[in-house]
Design a protein around this ligand. Structure first.
Ligand SMILES: Nc1ncnc2c1ncn2[C@@H]1O[C@H](COP(=O)(O)OP(=O)(O)OP(=O)(O)O)[C@@H](O)[C@H]1O
Ligand SMILES: [Mg+2]
Length: 509
């Protein structure tokens, strides 16, 4: 198979950080290549060099038999290279069709944009991925999975030869991931090469023809798809092996920490009741749209519930704002670090202490700089955040390291109840496992943890009990010691019995 792209000796440094230390890698004309590596190993940097967003310090790129020392973004686009970053870079206030057709219209420099033309461009692209969204819907109203499909459609409007997806699945559920993997295989059939970056190794194993492994800026192996196994990849990425164990903690006697009774929010969730003891890790899982994130947002006061009661340590509390929640001892680690968790322009240290700054003030109201330094230092170390110094801006960290900063911020606040909402999305396998150990340790010290995740192994291995949500309700609660991952997966994907579904359709307004 002829190469589409060949990288030779690519090096890139940022200040003192050597992000890429001489990468040689070729990608075949319609090959699916996966790129894996721990947080900060250089994956996104490599992609930005291919897209022309960053210039290498050394090395060359060969494309179509031509050599480029530097590639400008426009060269990369003209060569048919398209990158879909994790934030998709869509316009929420424009329609699906306008978003899809956008770049083509800008490029051809249309003065008068014809509505019909926009539709046509969008229809052709949507057809290629068998998308089922309404072309006239505003992109801001779509699910994350559909927004991603819009981003892919937009990439496909012009002649694409190489599509790069940087962690495309971290916010998708299993069903949506399966659909995406199908789309990727389909594109390959149409002669497009694909580079797929992911921390979810089961997906990598499902789709890769070859897997390239980066470690600390070096390409340490490329494996054929059939030689790659989960253990082998983890070992290559991290240099260690991970032993998965289940969280087994008898909390039957622990004091009751949180009680939620009949919590409802119109169109989001209904009649949610559960309780949480000290030291307990309570898992909530369910498909996207099952209401789990909305429930978390209500408990954290971001989008308060309409009805129901929340009791903490025997006291009923009213949670109408984030401040109410924090005062009641609730912490929340969101999945979406970009909009909810992190101030990108502030330093890593400032972000870590953001939720506890009041507590660091001494008698005169001044921040105690020793306490500040110690807290920041402890969490950088505990979470192994890869950063040169605490005063480095959050925006220069790799995606997974940014997510660790968000975790640090809420772990530092020592809450009574900590809600983690897909909080380990985008974090590499080894770090994820050490974060699970930290969560368990906090639980053993008496914190009650609500772990929301769609990774079934994550909830089964780390929780005492699991609630499964479907259509805004808890449909099942189980003790994890009695179940397997398959049991839970089956329950999550099970659809409503037909009779019931019809009933719901009749009774809904
Ligand atoms: N603009 C920048 N300024 C300073 N350092 C940077 C910049 N961009 C990346 N780095 C550093 O380069 C290294 C590689 O980062 P990169 O984003 O490529 O990692 P990654 O493999 O994509 O990680 P993740 O899985 O967390 O997304 C990291 O140490 C990161 O902090
Ligand atoms: Mg990255």
């Amino acid at each position: 198979m002829a190469d589409f792209l060949k990288l030779v000796g690519i090096k890139k440094s940022f200040g003192g950080v050597q992000a890429l230390k001489g990468i040689d890698l070729a990608i075949g004309q319609n090959e699916i290549l996966c790129l894996v590596g721990e947080n900060g190993s250089g994956k996104s940097t490599l992609i930005k060099i291919i897209s022309g967003d960053l210039q290498p310090d050394h090395g060359e790129l060969w494309i179509d038999g031509r050599v480029y020392k530097q590639l400008r973004p426009i060269d990369s686009i003209n060569l048919g290279i398209r990158v879909i970053y994790q934030d998709f870079a869509l316009f929420p206030n424009l329609t699906v069709a306008e978003n899809i057709a956008y770049s083509q219209l800008v490029e051809t420099n249309h003065r008068v944009v014809k509505w019909r033309e926009i539709r046509e461009i969008a229809e052709v692209a949507a057809d290629k991925v068998h998308a089922d969204f309404d072309l006239d819907e505003l992109v801001g109203n779509l699910s994350v999975a559909n927004q991603q499909m819009v981003a892919i459609c937009r990439a496909l409007t012009r002649s694409t030869r190489f599509l790069i997806l940087d962690e495309p699945t971290s916010a998708l559920t299993k069903k949506e991931i399966d659909h995406l993997l199908e789309v990727v295989r389909d594109l390959q059939q149409k002669g497009i090469a694909v580079m797929f970056v992911s921390h979810k190794l089961n997906e990598v194993l499902a789709i890769a023809e070859r897997v390239a492994v980066l470690r600390d800026g070096e390409l340490i192996a490329t494996l054929e798809g059939d030689e790659a196994t989960n253990e082998r990849l983890v070992h290559l990425m991290s240099g260690t092996t991970i032993n998965y164990s289940r969280y087994e903690q008898d909390t039957g006697q622990g004091a009751r920490l949180l009680e939620v009774k009949g919590l409802s929010k119109r169109n989001n969730f209904q009649d949610i009741s559960f309780s949480l003891r000290r030291g307990e890790i309570f898992g909530i899982t369910g498909l996207l749209g099952s209401g789990r994130t909305e429930l978390a947002l209500a408990l954290f006061g971001m989008e308060p519930a309409d009805e129901g009661t929340i009791v903490i340590e025997g006291q009923e509390v009213t949670i109408n704002s984030v401040k109410d929640a924090i005062d009641a001892g609730i912490g929340y680690v969101p999945e979406d670090r970009l909009t909810q968790g992190l101030v990108m322009k502030k330093s890593v240290g400032e972000n870590i202490v953001a939720a506890i700054i009041e507590r660091l003030r001494g008698q005169l109201g001044l921040v105690d700089s020793n306490k500040w330094d110690n807290t920041v230092h402890d969490w950088i170390e505990n979470l192994d955040i890869k950063v040169a110094a605490p005063d480095v801006k959050a925006q220069t960290l790799s995606g997974g390291n940014q997510q660790r900063v968000v975790l640090g911020k809420w772990l530092a606040s020592s809450p009574k109840v900590l809600i983690l909402d897909n909080a380990t999305a985008g974090i590499d396998v080894a770090a994820k496992s050490s974060i699970h150990q930290i969560i368990r340790k906090m639980a053993r010290q008496g914190v009650g943890i609500i772990l929301i995740s769609d990774e079934i192994p994550e909830v089964v291995n780390n929780c005492n009990r699991i609630a499964i949500m479907r259509r805004g309700r808890i449909v099942k609660e189980l003790e994890t010691k009695d179940v397997t991952e398959q049991d839970v997966q089956r329950l999550v994907e099970m659809t409503e019995p037909r009779g019931k579904e019809q009933q719901m359709a009749v009774s809904s307004p």
